[in-house]
Design a binder for this molecule. Structure first.
Ligand code: DLL
Length: 435
């Protein structure tokens, strides 16, 4: 019989019991960070809060918020809450100024993270008989190892493919009969197209489900992917700072992602005022991780805008559901699954001797993101030959690739041709219709 839950007693826990569990864990977590992380202690002292003030969930709003800037301030060890010798892993995400955010994990942290991902895999219909093809990137990015660990926990045969090399992905998918595909939705769409180009029909593969996330995707895209691969496509959400994928996942209802509330307390706030908004309001998602040992976050501002719903779900899970993220309250773009801040591109341009007159154009063509960077030639370079210009374009593209990890197309244009703005410069034109 198909197993519907990985940890049924937790996933279907009555709300009252869940709240009590969250309260108890929150109290313990606040004490843990206060005692072990001077940075937190100082932040709490600044707000006049001590661990004694936090007696349960209702006291959460008393705590200060934490942002990506705090994590960058504390780079690399400033927010570590256990001795480094207790840590077994790091993962990392890119930051605005080239300074990365580094997240640390104890063995227990890895274990609980993998449980969260295992819940997502089982919710997508996964059992020990499945063959899970993981084509999220492996490495500092959390996607590969996260899905990999979850797949092991469920007992699936795990194909650690990492991203790219579509030819090989297809060969293994066909030869080993992959049944669950894990990657970014844009890569799933690309694999679907590539299969079609090779003459395969949706029924020719053994896939039954896909677990896709790490970037925004629409319901239309879901339908396209489901049709091209002949699968049911499930959304999965997470961020490096809170562990990685599996903070929230979709069940068979496909109506929002259940947040693993035994590990994360979710709040929705007004991004401008910080005020906590009532259930059902659209606002910025804030997480408090209540079980993390090495790198706990209290009231971490994700910058993702979404809505929470406690409406009863037919799958039987009681954990709150978050909508697909509907945008961000900062300027971060997610291009081909990679987090990109416009300021990173600006830094490269300035380092390479260009002016900050540029425009970034992002689009989605055939379900794949494109990144074009238009940059003005400095006047002294203007009179040079086409061949030289094309060489500069290539060299600038390669410097940007080094910074971001994804390749742009650079267009050097004549001086003074990029529209000057009288107010805020429009640096980014995002033509993708993601919400
Ligand atoms: O993207 C972790 C992940 C890996 C999630 C694999 C799902 C699958 P980061 O690179 O730190 O971590 O990026 C986190 O990506 O704040 C969201 O803005 C965005 N994001 C993640 N999942 C989704 C999703 C991973 N399902 C940032 N839909 C988050 C929309 C998503 N946006």
């Amino acid at each position: 019989m198909e197993r519907r839950y990985y940890q049924p007693e937790i996933e279907t826990m009555p709300l009252e019991k869940l709240r009590a569990l969250q309260s108890e864990r929150l109290v313990r977590q606040v004490r843990h960070v206060y005692e072990n992380v001077p940075y937190y202690r100082a932040k709490m002292q600044e707000k006049g809060v001590t661990p004694d003030d936090i007696r349960g969930l209702e006291d959460l709003p008393k705590l200060p918020f934490l942002s990506k800037a705090d994590l960058r301030d504390g780079y690399p060890y400033g927010l570590l809450a256990v001795p480094l010798s207790d840590c077994v892993r790091i993962h990392s995400t890119s930051g605005t100024t080239g300074k990365r955010v580094v997240a640390f994990y104890t063995q227990n942290d890895v274990d609980l993270w993998e449980d969260c991902v295992a819940r997502a895999i089982v919710a997508a219909g996964g059992t020990r008989d499945d063959v899970v093809q993981v084509c999220y990137g492996y490495g500092l990015f959390t996607g590969g190892s996260g899905l990999h660990g979850g797949s092991h926990k469920v007992g699936c045969l795990t194909l650690p493919m990492s991203s790219g090399n579509t030819e090989r992905q297809i060969q293994f998918m066909m030869d080993l009969g992959s049944t669950i595909l894990c990657c970014t939705p844009s890569y799933a769409a690309y694999i679907g197209e590539s299969l079609k180009e090779r003459g395969y029909k949706p029924g020719d593969n053994k896939l039954k489900a896909g677990i896709f996330g790490a970037e925004p995707w629409t319901e239309e895209m879901r339908r396209d992917i489901e049709a091209s691969l002949g699968i049911k496509a499930f959304d999965i959400y997470g961020l490096t700072e809170t562990s990685g994928p599996g903070v929230a996942f979709e069940c068979e209802e496909q109506r929002g992602m259940h947040i693993n509330e035994d590990h994360f307390i979710a709040e929705i706030i007004d991004p401008d005022t910080g005020e906590v908004l009532p259930e059902g309001s659209k606002g910025e998602l804030v997480f408090t991780s209540i079980t993390k040992e090495a790198f706990p976050l209290l009231r971490y501002r994700t910058r993702d805008i979404c809505v929470l719903s406690r409406e009863k779900c037919s799958c039987g899970r009681t954990h709150v559901r978050m909508s697909k993220p509907m945008g961000r309250s900062d300027d971060m773009l997610i291009i081909r699954g990679v987090n990109v801040f416009p300021s990173q591109i600006e830094t490269v341009l300035l380092n390479e001797g260009y002016t900050p007159n540029y425009q970034i154009v992002v689009d989605r063509v055939n379900n794949s993101d494109t990144l074009d960077v238009y940059v003005e030639l400095p006047p002294e370079k203007f009179s040079d030959t086409v061949r030289e210009v094309s060489q500069w374009e290539k060299s600038l593209a390669s410097a940007i690739t080094t910074m971001l990890g994804i390749k742009p197309i650079v267009h050097l244009v004549s001086p003074k041709t990029i529209t000057r703005s009288e107010g805020k410069a429009v640096r980014v034109v995002d033509k993708r219709k993601l919400v």
